[in-house]
Design a protein around this ligand. Structure first.
Ligand code: FES
Length: 509
């Protein structure tokens, strides 16, 4: 069973690291769908752009999505209307529609072969609950139609024998093939892309971003790093902003299925957390990508069990499926269900909190940021603003999401460690040890090599947990993730887990 996402099999062009000082109109941190789409649009609007990617392009979140392109949001339309009103709910779905249209137009203009297909999206009754959802799904259909979106109720959606709604004209694509085309277009247009170039500081006016010991001087800064970095925002507001975000892990299994078992489409159910399925039609057989089992990052001890449960559910709904790969990805939720997109400091923009709609909200963010920088009005600006005043319907959700922080901060420090010597850590695993009185995150690779780093998350001091499925250290408080050797894989942490000296470790072994 492969543990790489399907998309990572497709290579992207490589780009150099930053080795000299640069100047540009806009510096963009992050080479995923938001960063590269923003770079492409800004460049087409006449701006000079520099993209700085900490690792490799489209390797993190965009490389681990299941790449549904849907304007149907995770938050039910009725909930959107209850919380924000009809006009706002319509605008949210229109943002998704506009994003799908933009991806289609860019792929067409730049002749990007990214397997983009318009397909129907089916929202169907829960795979796990037995209650009759017919009435609620009918109401949801009527509401979508009242707001001007095509939708029809089905007594049974294909294959599932459950009531549901079909939304025509959703889409799916190959995200890395798309980003490979975007990166080529940016480069051909004169934009500069640097990989393995982590921004370590941003300050001043004009803004100076430091990376690899060099400076990028820019008029505008776009932070497109999924969980936003602080940039030039002051510590307190930046940290407060990060507490409005809740990172979740989601799991996906890829499986070969006999041709024609299901229509080529996207499916979601109404469970919480929900299951999602994408079916790609192929020459000999079809391919299904089935996802779900979401949980707050760092808060499930045995992450392998998430795959086990997901595969069991896949076998239940598709007994003929032959799973051949699995992977997991990160989803950032917000306290009111809408993304945060906009200016967090003068001429500094962030985009985050896309929930399960990363490809569409990522693209919509890029469109909004491009409009903001080029001085154009944008219909979604107020709705998604990072300082929207009212935490509409979200106060309790805010408290709930941040309930975990003090709990884990204290509970993990009081709990007993998982060992006191590196010999306690088997191959392929990681444990929190107490060495020399310090909490140490210790992992051992398949060759027996031991790596030890501090277990204290540099963001706000919680202890990290081992994620056995991904072989990473994950923080249960705000979801930062780290390589076994401590480098940041995903924020909000901006610095690595501190190194532990070899003598200390050896002395305690
Ligand atoms: Fe906030 Fe670790 S991510 S304390």
């Amino acid at each position: 069973m492969t543990t790489r996402s399907l998309w990572l099999d497709t290579p992207l062009p490589g780009f150099p690291t930053l080795t000299a000082d640069r100047r540009c109109d806009v510096a963009i941190l992050g080479g995923g769908i938001t960063g590269l789409t923003a770079a492409y649009l800004l460049q087409r609007a006449g701006k000079s752009v520099v993209v700085l990617e900490r690792d490799k392009l489209a390797a993190a979140d965009t490389g681990h999505t299941t790449a549904h392109l849907a304007y149907v949001t995770d938050l039910r339309l009725s909930k959107l209307v209850d919380t924000f009103g009809e006009e706002a709910a319509r605008l949210v779905w229109q943002a998704g529609q506009a994003a799908i249209n933009a991806i289609e137009a860019i792929a067409d203009k730049e002749r990007i072969e990214c397997q983009l297909r318009r397909v129907p999206g089916f929202l169907h009754a829960s795979l796990t609950e037995k209650s009759d959802e017919t009435h609620a799904l009918r109401d949801e259909t009527d509401l979508a139609r009242e707001l001007g979106f095509a939708a029809s109720f089905r007594e049974t959606v294909p294959h599932f024998q459950k009531p549901g709604i079909v939304f025509p004209n959703q889409a799916k694509f190959h995200p890395r093939a798309y980003l490979a085309g975007l990166a080529r277009a940016i480069e051909q247009g004169g934009g500069a892309i640097f990989e393995q170039s982590e921004a370590t500081e941003a300050a001043g006016d004009p803004i100076v971003v430091k990376a690899n010991g060099h400076s990028v001087r820019c008029e505008h800064l776009v932070i497109a790093t999924h969980v936003p970095l602080m940039g030039k925002t002051a510590l307190v507001p930046a940290t407060l902003f990060q507490t409005k975000l809740a990172p979740y892990s989601s799991y996906a299994v890829g499986a070969v299925v006999p041709k024609g078992t299901l229509p080529e489409a996207c499916f979601w159910d109404t469970s919480d957390p929900y299951y999602y399925l994408r079916v790609d039609s192929r020459a000999e057989s079809d391919y299904a990508i089935f996802g779900g089992e979401d949980h707050k990052t760092g808060q499930v001890a045995d992450t392998d069990q998430c795959f086990v449960k997901l595969e069991a559910m896949l076998k239940q709904i598709l007994p003929s499926a032959r799973p051949d790969r699995r992977w997991s990805g990160q989803v950032v939720e917000t306290n009111d269900g809408l993304p945060y997109i906009g200016e967090t400091a003068q001429r500094q923009y962030v985009a985050t909190g896309f929930s399960g709609n990363g490809m569409t909200f990522g693209t919509a963010s890029a469109m909004m940021i491009c409009d903001a920088i080029t001085g154009k009005e944008n219909p979604w600006q107020e709705l998604f603003s990072v300082d929207r005043k009212k935490v509409r319907g979200g106060v309790w959700q805010y408290l709930k999401e941040n309930f975990d922080y003090p709990y884990y901060l204290i509970a993990d420090r009081l709990s007993s460690s998982e060992g006191t010597a590196t010999i306690d850590v088997p191959r392929g695993e990681g444990k929190i040890l107490t060495l020399d009185g310090q909490r140490v995150a210790c992992s051992r690779d398949d060759q027996g090599q031991v790596t030890t780093v501090s277990a204290v998350c540099p963001h706000m001091g919680c202890l990290v947990h081992w994620n056995g499925a991904e072989r990473t250290w994950d923080c249960p408080c705000h979801g930062s993730r780290f390589h076994p050797s401590g480098e940041v894989l995903a924020g909000p942490a901006e610095s690595p887990l501190e190194a532990i000296s070899r003598q200390q470790t050896a002395a305690a072994s």
